[in-house]
Design a protein around this ligand. Structure first.
Ligand code: 13P
Ligand code: SF4
Length: 361
């Protein structure tokens, strides 16, 4: 990632001129505290540029999980959302992990572990052998019930390498579609949220199970009913509009957008894969990137020679982390910002995460 300076952020409108001095002061203080306290600051690609600018590493959720496993600091201040901070603690339980905002949540992660147990029990009662593959956008209680975790950058690779034909994919129904498509598994659509009725569900999936068998698919993928409220609200019209305006523009979507958008796009990628694509394709001058705006704004700063269409959306949870809150958390180490997980749950969640790192790297 290219280093961002204050003049550049002011010029691009990312920092108001009246705040420039304050931002510079906060950067200096954060750097001093990081050094004095031997702290590590990881940041997700969706963080605002002024936070990304002082992070020790910026990445997608897989890269951040790998960095968490290898962390050597005395403390971590996590610039991302709660499941990421929890994942960091899960892999590095000896290092205190602080999350600067209690609002930094994720709509995907808000699923109930009891509901997952019920679904697993239901599939077992049908006599099906399956693996539970869980997107990292979940809390440790759900990861602990899983065979393996995955992220948008490695879900296909892990599904291929697992060696189990049937998968219960939790919780993102849209990424589930991409995995089914790429690994030649039959996509079994999820029930409506909070509407799992075993008999109705079975009646809906049975014809599809038979169809998959007839078509000689590798296996089946039972999708969960979760969705990211940020990506799920993107529409085909967003893409159609760009195609009409500029047929040459490359359209890249995140794996969390709806299946019809994945089909209409040129590429389906994780956030860091998008950044690497832009970096490694200097000939692609015009791009439309459908994901959270934080990444697109940074790419604009890093690649002033390109034109980015911005049908992006904001994630209010990612934006709950501010430079001020990062500074105060690092300075005060407030107990209410500590993220922990009960040890028995942590150990099982860690096993699923480590298997992801092993299979997905
Ligand atoms: P990435 O792993 O692609 O960074 O995605 C994380 C996320 O929260 C997407 O909404
Ligand atoms: Fe969660 Fe969506 Fe926000 Fe990512 S963009 S943190 S998946 S709510």
């Amino acid at each position: 990632m290219v280093a961002l300076d204050i003049a550049q952020l002011v010029r691009s409108g990312q920092v108001e001129e009246s705040r420039a001095e304050r931002v510079q002061w906060l950067w200096n203080e954060i750097r001093r505290l990081k050094h004095d306290k031997h702290a590590f600051l990881p940041a997700h690609n969706y963080q605002v540029p002024e936070v990304q600018a002082i992070a020790d590493t910026v990445g997608d959720s897989f890269e951040l999980a790998v960095r968490a496993r290898d962390v050597k600091a005395r403390l971590v201040v996590f610039c991302g959302v709660r499941f990421m901070a929890e994942g960091c603690y899960t892999l590095a339980p000896d290092v205190p992990v602080y999350l600067p905002s209690q609002q930094a949540l994720c709509s995907l992660a808000e699923m109930d572990a009891d509901d997952l147990e019920e679904r697993q029990e239901f599939l077992r009662s049908l006599g099906r052998k399956f693996a539970t593959m869980t997107y990292v956008n979940t809390y440790a209680s759900v990861k602990a019930l899983s065979d393996v975790c995955c992220t948008s950058s490695n879900a296909v690779k892990i599904a291929d390498r697992l060696g189990v034909p049937d998968l219960l994919f939790v919780p993102d129904q849209n990424l589930a579609y991409q995995v089914a498509l790429q690994t030649r598994r039959m996509y079994l659509p999820p029930p409506e949220p909070h509407q799992f009725h075993p008999r109705e569900y079975l009646a809906r999936i049975e014809p599809l199970l038979r169809e998959g068998e007839r078509a000689g698919m590798v296996g089946n993928l039972f999708a969960w009913e979760g969705a990211c409220h940020v990506h799920h609200q993107m529409t085909l019209a967003d893409i159609a509009h760009i195609r009409q305006e500029d047929p040459e523009a490359v359209v890249i979507v995140h794996g969390e957008v709806k299946p019809e958008l994945q089909q209409a796009a040129d590429e389906v990628m994780s956030t860091s894969q998008m950044a690497k694509y832009v970096e490694s394709h200097p000939e692609k001058k015009r791009l439309a990137i459908l994901t959270e705006c934080g990444l697109v704004v940074r790419l604009e700063l890093e690649h002033p020679d390109r034109q980015f269409y911005k049908p992006c959306r904001l994630c209010e949870h990612m934006k709950a982390i501010t430079l001020e809150s990062v500074y105060e958390t690092l300075r005060d180490e407030p107990a209410h910002c500590l993220v922990t997980v009960p040890e028995a749950v942590r150990q099982r969640a860690a096993a699923a995460m480590l298997r992801m790192i092993d299979l997905g790297a």
